[in-house]
Design a protein around this ligand. Structure first.
Ligand code: FES
Ligand SMILES: [Fe+2]
Length: 444
């Protein structure tokens, strides 16, 4: 079932652009944005260039440990505060020495006589910041008092129990995110070279390579949208694989045991053409069985290496991997031709990166032809567009901004359930018995 109609051509401009004043940009600014890893910023360390939603910001951690995120332009004469001195609980512009604390307060104006008269009138354009789950989060919206952080399960686990894998991607956020909810690509892009006879029948990939045109359900939910792929799981039993889209740019993927699969994947728009993927995982996730060939040898093409290059101070210099468009993502034509790896690209994440970046900086959506296998993508686009327009036209608060607890109900993964249970009931039943990370929710 696909809800809502297709999205028209002009709507893609609204969906993909994220700068100030754009439909999606204003919509996303209502939410807390996971902007980086807490570990990226050290007290009195170098300021970091940070692009977010098309704005050029700097981030730094002051002597007392507080994080400042602000417009890179000094409010005096717009010199970049990236060049600034991060010292004694604030950042000092190197041009004329004005100094700002993490919240943007101007604390020194040493080139101005009687500075007291003027200092109180000046503020750096700083955004509220919070730290949780190993991430620092930025609120770029208009509210005087920001909304609460979203209660994504993985954002609520005890301190120190998250693993985060960021990767920069050189394309628009929407096409990057859509790779995660495009379920039928798995049987081609990742395991197109694997045949059923290569695997034992209990291998989690066995059905993927047996039926490469899977049927699935989709629906809208409080947190965004969900799909469930299904197949026979034995006598009177259905094998379900659930996955989610969560506002405004989060996904949960189905490759893991539902019971402990506490994770979320952010596709954070840095600008219209660059996206920071952040895979946030709970350390208590039990590993799924590492899929191997029937003879025990590893399946080629499923390695996950994230082969990072040395970071630079460029706006897009963090968490870059070695291969990119300039070297055709390291494609090995011989491996492709011989059928050792369907794509010829060895790393599973890089396979996704290659296809979504190959679409161009922003996909020409007018050129594409969605079909029934793309129903989750169509549902998600429609859900996003409707919510963003409802906010723009009617001021309706974006889903979950004032009800952060709705994100806590989103979980993905696979499980078995009796045949006679409806798919949404099967999901509800599974959430009643699943493991929850051991952290009481804060009073909200
Ligand atoms: S431009 Fe920053 S102090 Fe003058
Ligand atoms: Fe993929």
């Amino acid at each position: 079932m696909t809800e809502g109609g297709p999205v028209g051509e002009s709507a893609f401009f609204e969906l993909t652009r994220v700068g100030p004043g754009t439909v999606m940009g204003e919509f996303m600014r209502q939410y807390w944005i996971p902007a980086g890893l807490s570990s990226e910023l050290e007290p009195d360390g170098d300021p970091m260039r940070l692009a977010l939603l098309g704005e050029k910001l700097i981030a730094f951690r002051d002597s007392g440990g507080r994080i400042g995120v602000m417009d890179q332009r000094c409010p005096h004469r717009c010199a970049s505060l990236f060049l600034g001195r991060n010292e004694d609980d604030g950042i000092r512009c190197v041009y004329h020495g004005w100094k700002f604390s993490a919240d943007g307060t101007c604390v020194d104006m040493p080139n101005v006589p009687n500075q007291e008269n003027f200092r109180d009138k000046i503020r750096a354009k700083a955004y509220p910041v919070q730290e949780r789950a190993g991430l620092f989060w930025v609120y770029m919206g208009p509210r005087e008092t920001p909304p609460p952080l979203p209660q994504l399960e993985v954002a609520m686990v005890p301190e120190g129990e998250t693993i985060i894998e960021p990767v920069l991607r050189d394309c628009n956020w929407l096409q990057a995110l859509e790779g995660d909810i495009d379920t039928s690509h798995f049987g081609f892009l990742h395991v197109g070279h694997v045949q059923p006879e290569d695997l034992t029948t209990d291998n989690p990939l066995y059905h993927t390579v047996t039926n490469r045109a899977p049927a699935y359900h989709t629906t809208t939910t409080d947190w965004g949208a969900s799909y469930a792929a299904f197949r026979d799981g034995g006598p009177d039993t259905t094998y379900w694989r659930f996955a989610n889209f969560m506002f405004p740019f989060w996904t949960q993927q189905p490759q893991g045991t539902f019971n402990t699969h506490v994770h979320a994947r952010a596709w954070v728009p840095l600008d219209d053409h660059h996206t920071m993927f952040m895979n946030v995982m709970w350390t208590g996730m039990t590993e799924g069985v590492e899929p191997t060939m029937a003879d025990g040898s590893p399946i080629e093409g499923l390695q996950l290496r994230n082969d990072y290059v040395e970071r630079s101070t460029d706006w897009f210099g963090r968490w870059r991997v070695r291969h990119n468009e300039s070297d055709d993502w390291g494609i090995d034509r011989q491996a492709q031709r011989e059928g050792r790896i369907f794509t010829g690209i060895a790393d599973i994440h890089l396979q996704d990166q290659a296809v979504t970046e190959s679409m161009g900086p922003v996909t020409d959506f007018d050129f594409e032809h969605l079909t029934v296998s793309d129903q989750m993508i169509a549902t998600t686009r429609r859900r996003l567009l409707d919510a963003a327009r409802d906010f723009r036209d009617n001021g309706t608060p974006p889903p979950g901004v004032d009800r952060p607890e709705i994100f806590r109900e989103a979980r993905s993964g696979f499980f078995l359930a009796p045949d006679e249970i409806d798919w949404r009931d099967a999901y509800q039943a599974q959430t009643q018995v699943m493991e929850r990370p051991g952290n009481p929710l804060p009073a909200s």
